[in-house]
Design a protein around this ligand. Sequence first.
Ligand code: DGL
Length: 281
Amino acid sequence: MSRKIKPIGVFDSGFGGLDILREVVKVLPQYDYLYLGDSARAPYGHRSPAIVYDFTRQAVDFLFKYGCELIIIACNTASSEALRRIQQEYLPTHYPNRRVLGVLIPAVEQSVTIVKSKTKNKKYKKVGVLATEGAVRSGAFTREIKKLDSQIKVFEQAAPLLVPLVEAGEHESPAARIILKNYLTPLLKRGVDVLILGCTHYGILAKQIKKLVGSNVSTIAEAPVVARQLKDYLARHPEIECRLSRRGQIKFYSTDLTAKFQLLGSQFFGRPIKVERAMLE
Ligand code: DGL
């Protein structure tokens, strides 16, 4: 990709963010995109916030160096544990004119809209969140939901076994059903009205999750929500939109070139991808 190209950068700890990129490209096919997965160091879900911040900052540097004007952190763990610091401390001093957005706020906003419209006559409004250990530990989903409506009760459930399950291709197995049931039961006992699937890998489990939670619980898969919100964001920020290049090119980078990234990445993206090696510093 020529350095003159000003793509939208999409970053994830691995290939999961390709699910988000797929939906974004569907809604906004005219732009150029640069995807970066840190598969050499994935998963991030169990790591400390300090390390997730360092890795995310390196990814941001890489994508800006390659000309990105705007970056979407497609990883929930990085969006929960690193994004705020990147936006508040790193960008103002290093890249004051560029922007980094996450996937958490779009999902949170959608959950609040839905729970409010569903529970007009109920005393309590309840949102459940299924996410990685790191994302849950950060409390970011609860904090952002409460900012929009402090009356909403939020219940977060860490689901550390789901990422390895999906990566092993076991997402439709009987084991997946048992593990999912185990994670979803506490949330169902709390009577959640809306459930955020707060991890890149859970979109692929959406069908099974919907079956287990039943039709009274609205589930929010992030990819289409993020894509819609990005379109709105660009319409509201012409000063950024006008800087983006429009050749419809997509480049894929990963910090490790593995058969798994190639195979599952193509599955998540919905078509075959050609991946190049990225070195982060
Ligand atoms: N991409 C991560 C997320 O959405 C899941 C995989 C990981 O733990 O790195 O949180």
